[in-house]
Design a protein around this ligand. Structure first.
Ligand code: CP
Ligand code: NVA
Length: 309
């Protein structure tokens, strides 16, 4: 594996499959013991410019499970790029810690950290991608379906950071993806092109549509995320008017396969992008997804922290 996970593009299909295999192994091994010293004495710095429940807790827990520790640096702690330049932060942290995990606004801050750090840098969400979320999602799909290739996922809502990473990953591993968004909220064209290049090799199809019902038709999984991402709070009201036809509700789920499952990276807004009935209903596997953040990130850290320095 490369030194960093800045984007799903940093991974090959085989590396993704290896990480999923390792996630399953560690999930099982750590059921019966509190810790596996795969990265003893290591430390991760968690730079977070935005709030987080799942990502922060699962990375802290994953470090502890592997015999290491983590230090959390919140929005007001270091002033990334303000109090100190991004390269200076990367170079300083590289002298003390073994890994930098960063949640930032601009993707360029992730790449700048990666270029200037001698230790691995992991993208814990930026405006363009959320690769760690997608590793957990693939693990969840694999566990529920038994395989990845040939599955059909419908993404409905905003063509955002999670959607971008999902497209790239589906293209790589051979999952058919339909992305249903309102006009003007499609995923980034350059990422669509890249995902389709991957899909050509894996045999998957990546389809963009404005029709959520067509997107959900016979899908195995229907996936959504908030309509206004962190940093877009000012647009939330306006977006609600535009996005309501893309809500996951009973009617939309009737288009999917009868045993289709519902995915959401969380946090969720009941009554907006998803009805409470569906989010809390029998088809929802969102808590499996949330749990799998831990298992997927343990595998990721185990691999990155054991790279030869
Ligand atoms: N899904 C996810 O990344 O959740 P948090 O924002 O709580 O970390
Ligand atoms: N798209 C959302 C994902 C949150 C985990 C955001 O960026 O806020």
């Amino acid at each position: 594996m490369k030194k960093d996970l800045t984007s799903i593009n940093d991974l090959s299909k085989d590396e993704i499959l290896e990480l999923l295999k390792k996630s399953i192994e560690l999930k099982s091994a750590l059921k019966n013991q509190p810790r596996l010293d795969l990265a003893p004495g290591t430390m991760a710095a968690l730079i977070f410019e935005k709030p987080s429940l799942r990502t922060r807790v699962t990375f802290e827990k994953a470090m502890q499970d592997l015999g290491g520790t983590a230090t959390y640096l919140g929005p007001t702690d270091i002033g990334l790029g303000k109090r100190e330049t991004v390269p200076d932060v990367a170079r300083n942290l590289s002298r003390w810690v073994d890994c930098i995990i960063a949640r930032v606004f601009e993707h360029s801050k992730i790449t700048e950290l990666a270029e200037n750090a001698t230790v691995p840098v992991i993208n814990a969400l930026c405006d363009e991608e959320h690769p760690c979320q997608i590793l957990a999602d693939l693990l969840t799909v694999l566990e529920h379906r038994g395989n990845l290739e040939g599955a059909t996922i419908c993404w409905t809502g905003d063509g955002n950071n999670v959607c971008n990473s999902l497209m790239l990953a589906c293209g790589l591993v051979g999952i058919n993806l339909r992305v249903a968004t309102p006009k003007g909220f499609e995923p980034r064209q350059a990422i669509v092109v890249r995902a389709r290049e991957y899909a050509k090799l894996s045999g998957a199809s990546i389809v963009l549509t404005y029709d959520p019902k067509a997107g959900a038709k016979d899908a195995d999984f229907v996936y959504t995320d908030v309509w206004a991402s962190m940093g877009q709070e000012d647009e939330a009201e306006q977006r609600k008017q535009i996005f309501w036809p893309y809500q996951i509700n009973r009617e939309l789920m009737a288009q999917a396969k009868p045993d289709a499952k519902v995915l959401h990276c969380l946090p969720a807004h009941r009554g907006e992008e998803i009805s409470a009935e569906v989010l809390d209903g029998p088809q929802s596997i969102v808590l499996d997804q949330a749990e799998n953040r831990l298992h997927a990130q343990r595998a990721l850290l185990a691999v990155l922290l054991s790279r030869p320095k």
